[in-house]
Write a protein that binds this ligand. Structure first.
Ligand code: G1P
Length: 303
């Protein structure tokens, strides 16, 4: 699929990133620091996500925030004192590093207010997004920049005008941690039609082993559906439930792009540690040293 098209639908230009979560799985680190600011190697997790949106051409970014999220706003802003100090030292390299995040995108913030679920967070973007398609990126999922999925999802929207979700095959017993989709082939390679969705099903009831990962391209049809979505799993307003209504309704429907690239999960401690090691071991500046050390370390464990 190509991401350029002469689509009859309006272009996808905006990204919504829900960041209001409390991050209780990382306490005490997240007592006074948002979990999105935890470093993955040397960049806060949220910066990878914003960079991914920008790389897909989405330079208008709305963050749906909550209390204690000020550091996020500061991270994407200029810091005069620090810049002046680095300038005085002539440290162009670090100056460039700290300016990158403030020059990346046009970032807006809105507060979620009550934490009523992902569907509710997305609804908070309605006014900013308007009658346009938009992407939603969840901060716990990092997608390797060498295997991006958003461009194919945007191409899927351009072709169909429907919402497009990213799907990944997971082991059967893990499906209860994700939204799960039933799908049908389409005539387009790599694009499936979603016929049903369930949020975090018991493996015994799951219609497939296709998990929804934290990337969505949503058509504006989703907003009226979200308004009508009652609290579901966990007593929260689930985006999955609104998408299910869209998949079964008579609008433009819901499609899925099969993701087979590299994804890092920073949502809990164990997967966060794995993400840091995987990303660091692939870096030009750290990788070789880390890989050598890891082999020695693992050999030591085996002894
Ligand atoms: C959310 C969605 C779920 C999706 C997951 C992807 O769940 O509700 O459908 O599979 O993100 O990471 P959460 O992990 O926020 O509970």
């Amino acid at each position: 699929m190509s991401s350029m098209s002469n689509s009859e639908f309006p272009p996808v230009r905006k990204a919504v990133i829900p960041v209001a979560g409390l991050g209780t799985r990382f306490l005490p680190a997240t007592k006074a620091t948002p979990k999105e600011m935890l470093p993955v190697v040397d960049k806060p997790a949220i910066q990878y996500v914003v960079e991914e949106a920008v790389a897909a051409g989405l330079t208008d970014v709305l963050m749906v925030t909550g209390r204690n999220k000020r550091p996020l706003e500061d991270h994407f802003d200029r810091v005069d004192g620090l810049e002046a100090a680095l300038q005085a030292k002539g440290d162009q390299e670090k100056l460039q590093l700290i300016r990158e995040s403030s020059e990346l995108a046009d970032i807006h913030f809105v507060r979620q207010g009550d934490p009523l679920g992902l569907g509710h967070a997305v609804l908070k973007g309605e006014q900013h997004v308007g009658e346009e398609p938009f992407a939603v990126l969840l901060g716990d999922d990092l997608i390797d920049e060498r295997s991006p999925v958003l461009p194919d999802m945007i191409a899927g929207y351009d072709r169909t005008g429907g919402s497009v979700i990213a799907l990944m095959e997971v082991p059967h017993e893990s499906i209860s941690m994700y939204g799960c989709a039933a799908v049908q082939e389409t005539e387009v390679d790599g694009l499936v039609r979603v016929t049903d969705l369930v949020e975090k099903p018991d493996p015994a009831d799951a219609p497939s082993n296709l998990a929804v990962i934290g990337r969505y391209v949503l058509s504006p049809e989703i907003f009226p559906l979200l308004h009508r979505t009652e609290p579901g799993r966990g007593d929260e307003i689930q985006l999955t439930d609104a998408l299910k209504a869209q998949a079964r309704g008579d609008g433009h429907g819901v499609y899925g792009v099969l993701f087979t690239g590299e994804r890092y999960d920073t949502g809990d401690k164990f997967s966060y540690i794995k993400a840091v090691i995987q990303l660091a071991s692939r870096r030009d500046d750290l990788g070789e040293e880390l890989r050598t050390w890891l082999k020695e370390f693992v050999a030591g464990l085996e002894d």
